[in-house]
Design a protein around this ligand. Structure first.
Ligand code: PMP
Ligand code: GLU
Length: 401
C-alpha cells in the first residue's frame, strides 16, 4: 500500500500562478516561443549593488544560521524604512523576517487563527490567500466585488459579512490581481468597522512601491493610532527590488505576535538565508534609483496595456492604479465557439490562448473571479506588443453560437 496523503494537503489547491508559469516554462524548454504574462515576477534582474552585497556577505563568512527572526541590522532597516516612508513607529522587535512574503503570510495565519475562525477576503484575491488560511484550519469568507465598483469591497459589504466567528480581514492594497487601490476615505471606513467590531487586519502591502499616476499608497495602520495593535503588515523585497529568488519577506506585528511567529519559524525553517538577508539590507539602505527606474518602466507598460485592452473589441478592465497586473473581462467571449469548441470559462480561455497563440496568462477563477483573465505586464514592451496582438487575433476568431 502506498503512503496516504493527509486530509489537509489533499484539499489543497496548488498555486495556479506558479502552475501556469511552469507550463509556459515547459513549452519554452521544448523550443517554443512563449509570450509569458503568467507569473507576477519583475523581468529586471536584481540591481547589481544588491547582488554584490550578497557576494560580499558570502566572502565575509556570513554563511551561517542567523537569529531566527532576522539579523538585527535588517530588522532595524525594515522598521526605519516604514518610519521614513509612512511615518509608522515600529521597533525592530515588531519585525519578523521570513523566507518570502508567502512564508510570512503562512506564519501569520498559523500564529493567529484557530479552526473555524473566519477571515474575510475580498475577491478577486491573490491565489494563495484562501489556501494558506485553510491550512491553518480557519475559514476564508470570500466577498465578491465587481469591476463596476473597481473591485473594491465597500464598507457595507464588509459589515454584512461579519459574524461572531469573524476574526480578521485580509486586505491586499495595491491589489494582486486587479491593480486596484483603496484611497484614504475608503480605508478609513474599513478601519472604523474593524475597530467597532474588534477585528484584526492582515495588510499585504507588497506592491506599495508600484503605484501609478496620481494614486497614493496609504499603509493601513497609519489610519488610526489604535490600528498598529490590530494589524499585521506583510511586505518584502520580491517586487520592489526584483528579488523574488532571494526569498525575503517580513511582517510588522504587535510584539507578542512577533515573538510567537519567531518561535514558530524556529521550528519550521530556522532563519531565512543569511546571504539574502545581507542583500536585502543593502536593498533597503542603499540607493533607491533602481526602484524609481523600474517604476518608470512599469508606468509605460501599464499605460500601454490599458490602451491595448481599450482597443480590443469586447475586452475591458478597471483602472490600473498599482501592482503589475491587468485583470481583463472576457465575459463577452464566454459561451462562444472557437475552432469548433465552446469556451465556457476562463480556464479554457487561458489554455486555448496558450496552445493556439503561445500567450501565457492566468484564469480569473484561480483568483475567485470567473469571467476574467490576469496578465502580468512585468515584461518588456515588445513582448507586450506581440502578446496583445495575439490576444486581439485570438478573440477575433470567436464566433457566436
Ligand atoms: N502577496 C502578494 C499579493 C503577492 O503577489 C505575492 C507574490 N509575490 C506575495 C505576497 C508573496 O511574495 P514573495 O513570497 O515572493 O515574497
Ligand atoms: N505573486 C506572484 C503572482 O501572483 C508570484 C507567484 C506566486 O507566488 O504565486 O504571480
Amino acid at each position: 500500500m502506498s503512503i496516504t496523503i493527509s486530509r489537509i494537503v489533499q484539499g489543497l489547491e496548488p498555486s495556479a500562478t506558479l502552475a501556469m508559469s511552469a507550463k509556459a516554462k515547459e513549452l519554452k524548454s521544448q523550443g517554443k516561443t512563449i509570450y509569458d504574462l503568467s507569473v507576477g515576477e519583475l523581468d529586471f534582474v536584481t540591481p547589481q549593488h544588491i547582488c554584490e552585497a550578497g557576494t560580499a556577505a558570502m566572502k565575509s563568512g556570513y554563511t551561517k544560521y542567523t537569529i531566527v527572526s532576522g539579523i538585527p541590522e535588517l530588522k532595524k532597516a525594515i522598521a526605519e524604512k516604514y518610519k521614513i516612508d509612512y511615518g509608522l513607529e515600529y521597533d525592530p522587535s515588531h519585525v519578523v523576517v521570513s523566507n518570502g512574503a508567502k512564508h510570512s503570510l503562512h506564519n501569520v495565519f498559523l500564529t493567529t487563527l484557530n479552526p473555524d475562525d473566519e477571515v474575510i477576503v475580498p475577491a478577486p484575491y491573490w491565489v494563495s490567500y484562501a489556501e494558506l488560511i485553510k491550512l491553518s484550519g480557519a475559514v476564508p469568507v470570500i466577498i465578491p466585488t465587481e469591476e463596476s465598483q473597481n473591485f473594491k469591497m465597500t464598507a457595507a459589504q464588509f459589515e454584512q459579512a461579519i459574524t461572531p466567528k469573524t476574526k480578521m480581514l485580509l486586505l491586499c492594497n495595491p491589489s494582486n490581481p486587479t491593480g486596484t487601490m483603496y484611497n484614504t476615505n475608503e480605508l478609513t471606513e474599513i478601519a472604523n468597522i474593524v475597530l467597532k467590531n474588534n477585528l484584526f487586519v492582515v495588510s499585504d502591502e507588497i506592491y506599495d512601491k508600484l503605484v501609478y499616476g496620481n494614486n497614493r499608497f496609504v499603509s493601513f495602520p497609519t489610519l488610526n493610532p489604535e490600528l498598529p495593535e490590530r494589524t499585521i503588515v506583510v511586505n518584502g523585497v520580491s517586487k520592489t527590488y526584483a528579488m523574488t529568488g532571494w526569498r525575503i519577506g517580513w511582517t510588522f506585528s504587535p510584539e507578542h505576535i512577533a515573538k510567537k511567529m519567531g518561535e514558530l519559524q524556529s521550528q519550521e525553517t530556522s532563519s531565512p538565508s543569511s546571504i539574502s538577508q545581507y542583500a536585502a539590507l543593502t536593498a533597503l539602505t542603499g540607493p533607491q534609483d533602481c526602484v524609481t527606474e523600474m517604476l518608470a518602466a512599469f508606468t509605460k507598460r501599464r499605460n500601454y496595456v490599458a490602451k491595448r485592452i481599450a482597443e480590443i473589441d469586447g475586452l475591458t478592465c478597471s483602472e490600473l492604479s498599482g501592482a503589475i497586473y491587468v485583470f481583463f473581462n472576457i465575459k463577452n467571449y464566454l459561451g462562444k465557439i472557437l475552432g469548433g469548441v465552446r469556451i465556457d470559462n476562463s480556464e479554457q480561455f487561458c489554455l486555448e490562448l496558450l496552445t493556439q497563440k503561445q500567450v501565457a496568462t492566468v484564469m480569473g477563477s484561480a483568483f475567485g473571479c470567473e469571467g476574467y483573465v490576469r496578465a502580468s505586464f512585468a515584461v518588456e514592451l515588445d513582448i507586450l506588443k506581440e502578446a496583445f496582438d495575439r490576444i486581439a487575433e485570438f478573440v477575433a476568431e470567436f464566433v457566436n453560437v
